[in-house]
Design a protein around this ligand. Structure first.
Ligand SMILES: [Mg+2]
Length: 329
């Protein structure tokens, strides 16, 4: 349900989409300056606020590829009124080559697998959903980090499990076609859907373990056993890797969400795990934003977020289309 209120002449929307998308962007921006920093270094000098420069030499509040690809997906949906895979790949290409969907017109962070998949699309006559890489070594977090809009699409359209699987598989496959990547996205999307349906973060976690995974191989499912068979929150920080491997990223993000008590605590916890800090910040921030709500995101972080107004307008436009309200506005 969306709640509309008129304040200072502007229509405001209490938005589930803003909770997750802005939560994601803030987590991304918090992690950018320390991407690739090792945990030991962050233990001595932890990040506790939104800072700039560091790893990518960009100002504070700049978000990276995680948010760029996510908003390209949203912009495509707003433009086409559906997930049009060719249009999404064209928009990804515009991001890589022309700096669209970036804070300053410059791309400063891009994953190898995403880049190769986008090149596959622009160079050849290949179906968009066949562009993603399929090798075991192409299971970075590059599809997980941008797939959040699919959760909203599934939520507002009340999709059933098989349709959720098909759309997750297609959207991941644009860049990441290996089953391990698709399974990571599928677990994440289902977890987010339980949150959007009002489950608390622990109940949502218990429920995501119970859904049908029979479309995946036992080999891939075994790799996710610490999430799906065990209780990830019982692990210690030393058990948690925070690399860009999709399984490590999902484990780290779920672990820190379940262990923390606020949006702020979850982001600080995620970033200080080190290594792939921007993506783990983004994934954690997306879930944490939905759990605690937009209003719990520290205002001083929001004030520094690059292109905040643009991002919030995209969220509003996306929500209006998904809820069918745009005709009434
Ligand atoms: Mg990034």
């Amino acid at each position: 349900m969306i709640i509309l209120s008129k304040e200072k002449g502007v229509m405001n929307i209490m938005s589930k989409i803003k909770d997750g998308i802005i939560g994601h962007a803030v987590g991304d921006a918090m992690g950018v300056p320390v991407e690739f920093c090792i945990r030991e270094k962050l233990l001595i000098n932890p990040v506790t606020d939104m800072i700039g420069y560091g790893s990518h030499q960009v100002p504070e509040g700049f978000w990276s590829d995680d948010t760029s690809m996510e908003i390209a997906l949203i912009d495509s949906y707003i433009t086409k009124g559906k997930f049009d895979y060719d249009d999404i790949m064209t928009k990804f290409n515009n991001w890589v080559n022309y700096g669209e969907y970036t804070p300053s017109g410059e791309v400063f962070d891009i994953g190898r697998t995403c880049l190769q998949a986008i090149r596959n699309y622009s160079h050849g006559n290949i179906k968009a959903t066949d562009c993603g890489l399929t090798s075991f070594n192409s299971n970075g977090n590059g599809s997980l980090m941008r797939i959040l809009p699919v959760a909203y699409y599934c939520f507002y359209n009340k999709l059933k499990q098989n349709d959720i699987y098909n759309i997750v598989k297609d959207i991941s496959s644009l860049t990441h076609r290996h089953e391990i990547s698709i399974l990571g996205c599928y677990i994440y999307i289902n977890y987010v859907l339980f949150l959007l349906n009002g489950k608390d973060k622990y109940s949502a976690y218990n429920m995501v373990k119970l859904i049908d995974y029979s479309m995946f191989s036992n080999e891939s499912l075994d790799l996710y056993s610490r999430i799906l068979k065990e209780d990830i929150s019982k692990l210690t920080v030393n058990d948690i890797k925070s690399s860009g491997y999709v399984i490590d990223t999902l484990e780290a993000s779920l672990w820190v969400l379940l262990k923390s008590k606020s949006y702020k605590e979850s982001i600080i916890g995620a970033i200080n795990l080190g290594n792939d800090t921007d993506t783990i910040g983004a994934i954690t921030g997306s879930m944490s934003g939905i759990v605690y709500g937009y209003d719990e995101i520290p205002e001083k972080w929001l004030n520094k977020l690059a292109k905040r107004d643009y991002l919030e307008k995209l969220c509003n436009d996306f929500e209006l289309i998904l809820t069918g309200c745009e005709e009434n506005m």
